[in-house]
Every structure is written in C-alpha cells, then in structure tokens.
Design a binder for this molecule. Structure first.
Ligand code: PRP
Ligand code: MG
Length: 212
C-alpha cells in the first residue's frame, strides 16, 4: 500500500510535540525512537527521524513528502518549500544578542562585527536591509558561548524562554523573525500522497481547533 513519508525532528525541541500531534490525530506509530524510520499501524504513513537542518533538502529531493519543521529552518534554507499549515507549537524568535554590558544603540553598531550563528542566510538578509556588513562565523550549537570566549561580538540564534541568553550574560537587541512549527510539503508530492495529506490535514485542523 502507498504511504506518505513524513520527516520529524530526530531529537530536540520539536520531536516530542510533533509526535504528540500525530498521536492526537489518532495515528499510532510503532515507537522506536532509536530507529530512523517507523510506520503507523492505522494510517498510511511512515515517519523518518531526521536532523532539522537536513529536512529542507529531503523535501526538495522528494525523499520525504511532508515534514514537521520550524519555520525558522525554512527561512534559512527552504524558502522554496510550501507551508501547508502552521501548527501552533514550538514558538520562538530568531534574534541578535550582544553582551549585557555592551552599549547598543542600533544595528549600525554591528557593522563588521563578528556574529556567531547557525543561521547565516537569515543574518545576511537582515543586515542587508540596513546596509550593514556582518562578519559571520558559522557555529552549529551552543552559539551563546561565543562572545564569552572571545570568538564573536554578537550572536544570532533562537530565543524561546530567554534563559540561555540570560545564563550567558547576553541581551537581545534585534528580533529578526518569529517562528513556530509548521507542516511543510515537498514540491514533488504525488497526487496519491496529496490525497493522504488532505486526510491528515483534516485531522490536524480538528486537533488544533480543539486545542484552542
Ligand atoms: C536552543 C537555541 C538556543 C536555546 C533557546 O538551543 O539554540 O540556544 O535553545 O532557548 P531558551 O531561550 O529557552 O533558552 P538548544 O538547547 O536546543 O541546543 P543547541 O544550541 O546546542 O542546538
Ligand atoms: Mg542553543
């Protein structure tokens, strides 16, 4: 039987809420968190556990048909990917922060500043609007440590509760965008799988409505 392939974050903040959403839709997934692939027993769906940053490429290549992913990842490297539905969880913002004791007036202060981030395109596009040039240093995790160890003057990363910024003596000075989990769709989804997606989306909409 034909099954729709969905990408879900392998580990991290979206993983749990994504699986909860599928469960609330009445879909039972044979759980094997250590496995990279799992099947639903009562819905034509297969789950692929993937790394966040890889998901846009998998959608583009049609390796998966749909994905639950943070909007911020699509802004960074999936502006060609369609969003079918906003999912209302994993809300966060992508912001620039500087050391708490640094005086900050506006973004011009960051001309030629070293910015540590996992979101280079997002930073570049934002700075371009103000005609300010960043010196970007790409880091893939624990970005907030960079100013403390002298690696950067500022950082750009996800802010949710703000506790990581606080713990690292940083203050948020520019909010670039807000984000939440979304249901994203491959540009090459087949008609058959589009029909399955319609059924899934119908259930998701009912669940989201009930959550309000
Ligand atoms: C994420 C993100 C921020 C933090 C924001 O990091 O990169 O550092 O969460 O959340 P907060 O505002 O609630 O503190 P995560 O802990 O997922 O680890 P990573 O940076 O190593 O990927
Ligand atoms: Mg982090």
């Amino acid at each position: 039987m034909n099954k729709i392939k969905i990408a879900v974050q392998k580990s991290g903040r979206l993983n749990e809420d994504s699986l909860k959403l599928l469960k609330d839709c009445g879909i039972s997934i044979d759980n094997g968190k250590d496995q990279l692939k799992a099947s639903a027993s009562n819905f034509p769906l297969e789950v692929f556990y993937l790394r966040n940053g890889d998901i846009p490429q998998y959608l583009r290549d049609g390796v998966v048909d749909i994905a639950i992913i943070g909007e911020n990842v699509l802004v960074e490297k999936g502006t060609d990917i369609t969003v079918a539905e906003k999912l209302g969880f994993s809300k966060c913002r992508v912001s620039i922060a500087v050391p708490k004791d640094v005086s900050y007036t506006n973004i011009q202060d960051l001309n030629e500043a070293r910015i540590a981030t996992s979101y280079p395109n997002t930073v570049l596009n934002y700075f371009k609007r103000f005609n300010v040039k960043p010196d970007i240093h790409i880091i893939n995790g624990s970005v907030e440590i960079a100013p403390n160890i002298g690696l950067a003057d500022a950082i750009c990363d996800i802010v949710s509760s703000g506790s990581t910024l606080f713990k690292n003596n940083l203050k948020e000075v520019e909010q670039i965008l807000t984000s939440e989990a979304v249901l994203a769709v491959s540009p090459s989804i087949s008609n058959q799988n589009q029909e399955i997606l319609n059924k899934l989306q119908f259930r998701i909409q009912a669940v989201l409505k009930a959550r309000k």
